[in-house]
Write a protein that binds this ligand. Structure first.
Ligand code: CTP
Ligand code: MG
Length: 224
């Protein structure tokens, strides 16, 4: 079946510091969004790419990406969830696999896009790429007093692209009330099974200034 990839890219990038919308900030001289879309477009089976852009930058983003791939650009919303909803509305009915991929994970490799899409095509309704948690995790109370140590062996750090059967993602967004930080969280609320596939170090999320430093290094030494 055909695969559509939604790219939420409408965030302000507050945690990255001043410098405009995060998806348009430069990494190796090119906007994060260009890096992300180039890798998505290189993945096998991707038929449609829908970008949720900062509303003021819709025309600019369309021009920016025209040489990279054929994309649809829609204005994003006030939070990530509404940006994904807006992009989802632009997916044609004959697409049966939809991936959601943060522009902020600019270096996620095409192979990761393919492995998530493959798992959905293989019959999973919802698929997320994950890595083991490396830090020891403590639960604390409001006064920052430790309540206990969580068993990290059963925890996973979650990345994007996340992949879904189209009808399941639509149902999850239709049912969602509270703001969720990822799409699989909404699917979980429906009581549907979400499965994990191995994530990638290159799919790290660029959130704080130090992440941009790491990403510059990864870009220079991309291979691993
Ligand atoms: N995003 C979006 N629309 C929003 C908020 C976020 O499309 N209203 C996107 C971001 O562009 C990013 C992804 O969701 O690609 C993950 O969000 P995050 O890393 O939090 O990015 P920002 O919201 O831009 O960063 P911050 O929270 O630091 O402002
Ligand atoms: Mg944010």
């Amino acid at each position: 079946g055909d695969v559509a990839v939604l790219v939420p890219a409408a965030g302000a990038g507050v945690r990255l510091g001043p410098g405009g919308p995060k998806a348009l900030r430069l990494l190796g001289g090119e906007p994060l969004l260009v890096h992300a879309v180039r890798r998505v477009a290189a993945a096998r089976g991707v038929r449609q790419i829908v970008i949720a852009a900062p509303p003021a930058d819709v025309a600019f983003v369309a021009e920016l990406l025209a040489p990279i791939a054929e994309v649809t650009v829609v204005p994003g919303g006030a939070d990530r969830q509404s940006s994904v909803s807006a992009a989802l509305s632009a997916v044609p009915v004959d697409v049966d696999v939809v991936l959601v991929h943060d522009a902020a994970r600019a270096l996620a490799p095409a192979a990761l896009v393919e492995s998530v899409a493959e798992a959905v095509r293989g019959g999973a309704g919802a698929v997320i790429p994950v890595l083991p948690v490396v830090d020891t995790i403590k639960e604390v109370d409001a006064a920052e007093t430790v309540l206990g140590t969580v068993d990290r062996s059963t925890l996973r750090a979650v990345q994007t692209p996340q992949g879904f059967r189209r009808d399941l993602l639509i149902a999850a967004h239709a049912a969602a009330i509270a703001a969720h930080t990822d799409d699989a969280g909404m699917v979980e609320k429906l009581g549907e099974r979400v499965i994990c596939v191995p994530g990638s170090d290159l799919a790290m999320k660029i959130t704080r200034p130090i992440d941009l430093v790491l990403a510059e290094h990864l870009l220079t030494h991309e291979a691993g």
